[in-house]
Design a binder for this molecule. Sequence first.
Ligand SMILES: Nc1ncnc2c1ncn2[C@@H]1O[C@H](COP(=O)(O)OP(=O)(O)OP(=O)(O)O)[C@@H](O)[C@H]1O
Ligand SMILES: [Mg+2]
Length: 309
Amino acid sequence: MIATVTLNPSLDKTVTVEGLVVDEANRWTSLRRDPGGKGINVSRVLHELGNETIAYGFIGGIDGQILEHLLGEQGVPYDFTSINGQIRSNFIITNLKTRRQTRIDAPGPHISRSELENLMDKITHIEPKPDFLVLAGSVPPGVPDDIYRQIIEETKKHGVKTVLDSDDEWLKEGIKAKPDVIKPNVHETEELLGEKLRDEAAIIQALKTLVGEGIEVVAISRGKDGLIVANGGEILKVIPPQVEISSTVGAGDSAVAGLVLKLSQGDGIEEACRLAVAAGTAATLTPGTELCRRQDVERLLPQVKVERL
Ligand SMILES: Nc1ncnc2c1ncn2[C@@H]1O[C@H](COP(=O)(O)OP(=O)(O)OP(=O)(O)O)[C@@H](O)[C@H]1O
Ligand SMILES: [Mg+2]
């Protein structure tokens, strides 16, 4: 079983417009609400791919109730920790003319000390013990920047493996506890290491640096170029098939789900990366905030190419 943690869930609200004019009145043509937050997305993809999962995180307010309702409809199990505040809403404007998306993200509600303690207690005593705990996304106000480090250190004591997918200070602090797996994209890796990764050689060097810090699997995702991954001394380049893109929202979360699904089943890194890339690329086929569909993942899987470097 794979448990996920979303410290900063969101009820994503997406509108479509036939052309977006900034600073003018626009008219939307459709509105939808989706459960949002990276850990929750990973759980949604794991569920879609037929794997057992449960989503942990904070919940509060009317939007929080709607989020739980939507997860319930999709059959995704959750066990959230209540907060006094309201979860955030992220707004997404899909311009149907350009097929581009404009996002307006919120920082999230303030979390009190006792609310954080309640969540920490819950996720460090999950029964039965999950094979992996996925920690993903941003951290809301009131929660210390080194929270992922604290969670990973605590979880390790219970023999649970961890995946960390975050950015900025949260990633920088989190990797000090040596999570088992990380999947930053190129930009996040550049910020983490404080250097530009201009070519493949630079990415490989970055992988070696991060593996040298004691992280077992480091997968750097590169959008349409797939993934380059290091597992100990082994380095693989994983290339997706060319596809007609609808929206790349959720590609990274789908890739994390594919990766951890296979690793949790004890499969090798090559198979895990194949599924990661197939799931990530399948997510680009679906419109708006929709994640990957199982059928697409299965169809793309044999088309993913792997090279050993
Ligand atoms: N344009 C694309 N064409 C094909 N596959 C893609 C494309 N964009 C993303 N993918 C697939 O999704 C995976 C993850 O994408 P990406 O590197 O964009 O993640 P990310 O930046 O973490 O995304 P997110 O914003 O969702 O967190 C890639 O490794 C690839 O398999
Ligand atoms: Mg990402």
